[in-house]
Design a protein. Sequence first.
Length: 95
Amino acid sequence: MADDPDFFFAGIAAATFAFVTVNLFSQAMASLDFLKAFGWEAIRHGALRQVVELAVWGALSLACWLSFKACEHVLEDRYLEWARRSRTSRRDTDR
């Protein structure tokens, strides 16, 4: 199972999602504090650029989560198909 590319990609997507989400949260809190402290002056010094960066991090986080969920769905379908076949073959051998 570990050599399955879907399993590997799901792990990479989950790890990236975790990193990006923590990074997004810490940057958003720092940006909010900066805007609260300096107001209009903060906007003049690049706070709007930082908001765009936060949007990009958010989009990357969403893409990683969606990738993980897609892989999870594929793996779950494969497992359920395997379980159904296994159950059917056991019934056939029990007869």
